[in-house]
Design a protein around this ligand. Structure first.
Ligand code: SF4
Ligand code: SF4
Length: 432
């Protein structure tokens, strides 16, 4: 498949200051055991247990998984099932906060003497890809292949979101500590921080940071969505192409979001696992759009109310408007990979009427990978799994450009998701 970067120019709508974030407190949290790609953690607490901030409440399962920690101090109300935003149900621990936010007394910084210690520490940190993907970070580094490049994805190309920008402006010290340690123990040759050029202050700050290393640099990238797509970022920072079905490590790259890197630094320095998130709260239903620091598991409603709700919410999203996932219940919690919560009134949340495809080709022409969603849909309707694959369904990163540009308002990205799901189910059937 040819590799392009076309993408789309979007209105940024970044209304929130990236220089400050207020910490919020909540009365209770509901923390799912599945906030990452892979197997859910296993809850290790029960009703009545007392926990502190950073206490282990979910042990990582075997294989691809991540541990989960309490984000408040207080008492466990129970372990129940919740409906997650991806439509799956899973276990979640509800904790009533005592308001003290006492840190677990067992927390100490990890001792790192070698590569295995560092992988072990990353596994225990509970850190997953915080740019939205939720892939357990330790697994990215647990590779026999040499890591030539650490690419720090700081594009933050979705409209509204400024939480990564906040990280770059305020957590450079933590990023520095992480880079130093990762480079030393993983033998990384080069570090590239990729930022879209619409963030001049962050670019200056990251240049200051990269100047402290003899193998680090900042790559200023055009402001084109989806500049932050993992494969797009690899291509635009190194010129390397990750093949369909391949991973960045196949071309010597590990890509980490800048907030993930800062969290790694914080964990290595303090031993405090991932328990809170900087979240951009915005949208036309919000009175005071801003960044907040919320405990993981905080009810979305509490976070939105903290910022003020000025209009009836017709649609709320986890994440940005291009790749965000609809929130069907405002009692749902802030997750490890929640970088934004957007709330829109009916005026902005209306769904446009779909008309017939006019074969204009805008969808394929604006796809970063040149995928043709019309060909995918045709094969999907014919149950032609090979046809869907040949049309590039599995390469689709669900960035939404093809839906955004479609004059007929055809939900191309949703159709692609259906095609990918159909291919997966067919593959499972073949195995059985
Ligand atoms: S959603 Fe998929 S097909 Fe559509 S533009 Fe993005 S990568 Fe291409
Ligand atoms: S952009 Fe829309 S109308 Fe144009 S070819 Fe693609 S699906 Fe059809």
């Amino acid at each position: 498949m040819a590799f392009y970067l076309k993408g789309v120019k979007l209105s940024h709508k970044k209304n929130t200051s990236p220089e400050k974030a207020e910490k919020i407190s909540v009365n209770s949290v509901t923390i799912p055991m599945s906030m990452h790609i892979g197997r859910p953690a296993n809850a290790v607490v029960k009703k009545g247990d007392t926990v502190a901030v950073g206490s282990l409440i979910g042990e990582a399962a075997e294989g691809l998984s991540s541990p989960v920690y309490s984000s408040v101090s207080g008492s466990v109300q129970g372990v129940g099932e919740i409906l997650l935003s991806n439509g799956m149900t899973g276990a979640a621990v509800t904790i009533e906060s005592d308001g003290e936010m006492t840190l677990d007394s067992s927390i100490t910084p990890p001792t790192i003497n070698n590569r295995d210690d560092l992988i072990n520490a990353l596994s225990k940190s509970g850190i997953v890809g915080l740019g939205g993907a939720g892939f357990p970070t330790s697994i990215k580094f647990k590779t026999d292949k040499p890591i030539e490049y650490l690419i720090i994805n700081s594009a933050e190309c979705e409209p509204y979101i400024t939480s990564d920008n906040y990280t770059m402006l305020t957590k450079a010290d933590m990023m520095e500590y992480a880079i130093e340690t990762l480079v030393k123990f993983f033998g990384i040759k080069k570090v590239i921080i990729g930022i879209e050029k619409n963030k001049p202050k962050a670019i200056a700050k990251m240049r200051e940071l990269s100047g402290k290393f003899n193998n680090a640099s900042v790559k200023v990238l055009p402001t084109v969505y989806p500049q932050g797509g993992e494969k797009v970022m690899v291509y635009h920072t190194t010129g390397k192409v990750v093949a369909e079905g391949g991973l960045p490590i196949d071309v010597g790259c590990v890509v980490c979001n800048c907030t993930t890197v800062a969290e790694i630094g914080k964990y290595l320095k303090t031993g405090i696992p991932l328990v809170e998130k900087v979240v951009t709260v915005d949208g036309d239903a919000i009175e005071n759009p801003q960044n907040v620091i919320a405990p993981i598991g905080a009810p979305i409603k509490d976070v939105l109310e903290f910022c003020g709700i000025k209009a009836e919410i017709a649609k709320a999203l986890y994440g940005g408007p291009m790749m965000g996932i609809s929130v069907t219940d405002l009692e749902k919690p802030v997750l490890k990979n929640t970088n934004a919560l957007l709330a829109f009134s009916q005026k902005q949340a209306f769904v446009p009427k779909t008309t017939a495809c006019i074969r204009c080709g805008a969808c394929a022409n604006n796809c970063p990978f040149g995928i043709d969603p019309v060909a995918i849909l045709k094969s999907y309707k014919e149950d032609d799994y090979l046809g869907m694959k040949k049309a590039g369904a599995l390469l689709c990163m669900e960035c939404g450009c093809c839906s955004y540009v479609c004059p007929a308002k055809i939900p191309n990205v949703q159709n692609n998701k259906l095609a990918k799901e159909a291919i997966r189910k067919e593959a499972q059937r073949e195995v059985k």
